[in-house]
Write a new protein. Structure first.
Length: 256
């Protein structure tokens, strides 16, 4: 029997803390709770959780700083829970390393669905001989050597090892950033709409009629902005990530 997945709840409100604990426990996680930011960072370092829910309004250090500190040593999925509805707070949260967010009050079913989608994203090496799906439209933009290994304009991505490097220098991407980059490499010069990418992050292979809000699409924009910064890419003269205004994203042309 496989080890239980580990969940960490960083929340100072006891009622919400116990609600989230119950949601994660029902989803099969071994859950630990922390009532402050510093306690949460310490627990994350020791426990190496698979998923973390993080309140923004903590009593000692705010959730933005907690997320930044955790990202220095952990690639756990981070879901921010916030009572703040302002878009700026949401964007800062995503830029600090969070993968997703929910505004309080939230529905327990929605939290569980978001976490389930995250956990369906691959964490391990594919089976030997198993190739990641490859679009036949990538040939003009990206070199695929099989088993999900891509080379494009000095960028190298290995799906098996979950690694990305640029000109030989390895990058530290969040799992969300990795999934977005992988989706674009798969598609090549075919445009992926923001809605497509939201569904990809939810592990929906096609449009199943689920609701995608402007905030969902905006979160993709923020993650793509973070990815660009880490790649050192220019929106004006892209080497890898090309924005198709009003639609979505695709790879920049090859041969650079």
């Amino acid at each position: 029997m496989s080890e239980a997945r580990v969940g960490l709840v960083i929340e100072d409100d006891q009622d919400i803390r116990e609600l989230v604990r119950a949601v994660l426990t029902q989803a099969g996680f071994d859950v630990t709770v922390a009532g402050s930011g510093s306690e949460g960072v310490k627990a994350a370092r020791i426990l190496k959780p698979d998923v973390i829910t993080l309140d923004l309004g903590l009593p000692d250090i705010d959730g933005f700083e907690v997320s930044r500190q955790i990202r220095e040593f952990s690639d756990a999925y981070i879901v921010m829970l916030t009572a703040r509805a302002e878009e700026l707070d949401t964007l800062i949260g995503l830029e600090s390393g969070a993968d997703d967010y929910l505004t309080k009050p939230f529905r327990p079913r929605e939290l569980r669905a978001r976490i389930a989608a995250m956990m369906r994203r691959p964490r391990s090496v594919p089976d030997a001989g198993e190739s990641a799906p490859v679009s036949d439209r990538t040939a003009d933009a990206v070199s695929d050597s099989g088993n999900g290994h891509y080379n494009h304009n000095g960028l190298e991505l290995s799906y098996a090892s979950r690694s990305v490097s640029v000109d030989g220098q390895e990058l530290n991407l969040t799992r969300t950033e990795f999934e977005l980059l992988y989706a674009l490499l798969e598609a090549g010069r075919t445009v992926r709409t923001k809605s497509d990418l939201v569904r990809r992050l939810r592990d929906e292979d096609y449009d199943v009629g689920s609701y995608i809000s402007e905030a969902d699409e905006r979160s993709v924009e923020v993650h793509m902005g973070n990815l660009r910064k880490k790649l050192g890419d220019s929106p004006q003269q892209p080497r890898w990530l090309q924005t198709v205004r009003g639609v979505g994203y695709r790879l920049a042309p090859g041969g650079r």
